[in-house]
Write a protein that binds this ligand. Structure first.
Ligand SMILES: C[S@@+](CC[C@H](N)C(=O)[O-])C[C@H]1O[C@@H](n2cnc3c(N)ncnc32)[C@H](O)[C@@H]1O
Length: 221
């Protein structure tokens, strides 16, 4: 409990310091973390990538759900947050890399991870990223994701109406529209028990094939 409070306080101070990068005043709630891992179908994944690990709340939830023989690469741009996750989550399946999610393909290659990867889970504040970084992140995800791979991320609900950044002042960002242009299949679940409330998006390259018809159903036509 003491450690959770200390790490949340550290995250809050980071947010004051680097608002565009941190994009939230507290780490993701357990409700949001669970939704991200539930949609990622982690039991099927051999290689999982997390973007923007922060203080490790989502990382911890991923480790809880993923297989014992799978590998998790967590990428975090802030060196001290990356170090905090390394120190608190000691697990042979986890590798924490300090770098930018915009360089995802290069980071994975340098870490000896052969694409394609099965699951990418993003904790990045998409609405706050510079547009060029946002594009690079999603292009990178699309280039490393397996054909049947899943990209799960969240968008803060208020961002569609209003976001504020030191860089761009007031603006708005429609994450759903942004993703719909880049992925063939998109599902959405709103998680109100998070500060701020967020929507979880599950993206696939293409529409999921419909299950084969049950035996004998063809005649019903
Ligand atoms: C909204 S916070 C979420 C943190 C954590 N995943 C959680 O859910 O509590 C966004 C995190 O992404 C990190 N971040 C921002 N831009 C990044 C980038 N280009 N590459 C990797 N991490 C980035 C920030 O430092 C911050 O830790």
């Amino acid at each position: 409990m003491k450690q959770t409070l200390a790490s949340s306080w550290g995250f809050f101070k980071r947010a004051l310091d680097r608002w565009e990068q941190t994009a939230a005043v507290v780490p993701s709630s357990r409700f949001l973390s669970r939704a991200l891992t539930r949609h990622a179908e982690l039991r099927r994944a051999a290689v999982v990538v997390e973007l923007g690990a922060g203080t490790g709340n989502v990382t911890r939830a991923i480790l809880r759900e993923m297989r014992a023989d799978s590998r998790l690469i967590a990428i975090e741009i802030d060196a001290s947050l990356a170090e905090q996750v390394r120190a608190t989550l000691v697990d042979p399946r986890l590798e924490v890399i300090c770098g930018s999610a915009a360089d995802l393909p290069q980071i994975l290659a340098a870490a000896g991870v052969r694409s394609p990867v099965d699951v990418v889970i993003s904790g990045l504040g998409m609405s706050m990223l510079a547009p060029a970084v946002r594009e690079a992140v999603v292009d990178g995800v699309r280039s490393v994701l397996a054909d049947a791979g899943i990209f799960v991320l969240f968008g803060y609900v208020h961002a569609r109406a209003l976001v504020w950044s030191r860089r761009g002042g007031f603006s708005r960002f429609n994450v759903r529209g942004f993703l719909a242009e880049r992925f063939g299949s998109l599902e959405r679940e709103v998680i109100t028990l998070n500060l701020p409330p967020a929507a979880v998006y599950t993206c696939r390259r293409s529409l999921r094939a419909s299950p084969p018809p049950a035996a004998g159903s063809a005649a019903a036509g």
